[in-house]
Design a protein around this ligand. Structure first.
Ligand SMILES: C[S@@+](CC[C@H](N)C(=O)[O-])C[C@H]1O[C@@H](n2cnc3c(N)ncnc32)[C@H](O)[C@@H]1O
Length: 223
């Protein structure tokens, strides 16, 4: 089937391949470093392009595939990209984005017209000293994120709250949230302030070659 996205808008993934070849698997796993496939990155960028964003946020840039897809699709936009790991930043290709070497969850709450995001997936049992930060994000969002939630929930909640009214986000996260024990409150958040419009669900193995997880893309538009 022909792709609806022109090839010119599908990002090159040389930076991701180079980083994957040299990084220790344990380091990647600890930071949740799994990359968005380029065609999916282009489709996510296409969703947010619908609101003609001037400023786009990528809260967890990695080697930059989503940032580059957003810049290719929205060449007049400015992209602000956060990444906490200096090792991946050295290998990244940010395509001209404004890169912030910072922890996104501890950063400020500026508004954006759009967000493209594939956040780290880290189970609550592996999170250390995260309770206060989670509580602060939950308080700001008006949704108490439960202890059992995966780290990606914090990213979705904060990023959704940083969308201006009418702004759009495309978030790639595992599909497990639909049946997880924290699902109920998370669904209420998504259907309320989160602005969820559509969910695209992929079976295991369809998105990530190197991660045993189902995947879903949340397409949101802030009410
Ligand atoms: C799932 S990867 C996604 C990378 C890239 N956006 C993509 O789509 O291929 C998540 C990235 O977030 C980074 N990260 C983890 N925790 C972070 C934090 N608190 N703030 C900013 N970046 C973080 C990891 O180092 C990793 O590169």
């Amino acid at each position: 089937m022909a792709s609806p996205i022109p090839d010119a808008l599908i990002p090159d993934v040389q930076a991701e391949a180079d980083y994957a070849a040299m990084a220790a698997p344990g380091h990647r796993k600890a930071l949740g470093q799994f990359f968005t496939p380029p065609r999916l990155a282009a489709l996510m960028a296409d969703w947010v392009a619908g609101v003609e964003p001037r400023v786009i946020l990528d809260p967890a840039m990695g080697a930059g595939v989503l940032t580059r897809a957003a810049l290719a699709r929205c060449p007049d936009a400015r992209v602000v990209a956060y990444e906490c790991d200096p090792a991946i930043l050295r290998a990244a290709d940010a395509g001209g984005a404004q890169v912030r070497h910072e922890d996104f969850l501890r950063a400020g709450w500026d508004d954006y017209d759009a967000v493209v995001m594939n956040p780290p997936y880290i189970r609550h049992r592996e999170l250390r000293d995260h309770g206060d930060l989670r509580a602060a994000i939950g308080q700001r969002a008006g949704y108490a994120i439960p202890k059992s939630a995966n780290l990606y929930v914090d990213f979705v909640v904060k990023a959704a709250c940083q969308l201006r009214r009418g702004g759009r986000g495309a978030f790639l996260i595992p599909g497990e949230w639909m049946g997880a024990n924290f699902a109920r409150g998370f669904k209420q958040f998504l259907l309320g302030p989160g602005g969820l419009q559509q969910v695209v669900l992929f079976s295991q193995g369809h998105v990530f070659d190197d991660a045993l997880t189902t995947a879903s893309v949340l397409l949101v538009e802030r009410p």
